[in-house]
Ligand binder design. Structure first.
Ligand SMILES: [Zn+2]
Length: 107
């Protein structure tokens, strides 16, 4: 947090909150990856920030902590299709709102 420009920090924080709310609503409060209804949803970067992913709506999904932790910075489809929570229908739903990634094999 910078002391020079607290207003900017505030704006960024409220933007993040808006992103989070929108991400949660997209899947009705369920985890976008496994479909569970966790007590807390966390924001996951579909493309990890360490891999160049941005803080934008199309790159953020609300997921449970288990999925977030399990996925880490791996590529979403790689991780998801190998996980026990793979769900094609949800994947299509997600793919329609997340622009950056493509489902493996649908290219
Ligand atoms: Zn989950």
């Amino acid at each position: 947090m910078s002391l020079q420009n607290p207003l900017k920090d505030l704006t960024r924080r409220s933007q993040k909150r808006k992103l989070k709310t929108a991400a949660k609503q997209r899947f009705n409060g369920t985890c976008a990856y496994c479909g569970s209804v966790p007590r807390f949803l966390t924001l996951d970067h579909v493309v990890a920030r360490s891999k160049g992913g941005f803080d934008v709506r199309s790159n953020l999904v609300a997921v449970c902590r288990r999925c977030n932790k399990s996925k880490g910075s791996r590529l979403l489809w790689e991780w998801w299709q190998a996980s026990p929570w793979w769900d094609e229908e949800r994947a299509h739903q997600l793919a329609s709102s997340v622009l950056i990634c493509k489902i493996k094999g649908t290219q």
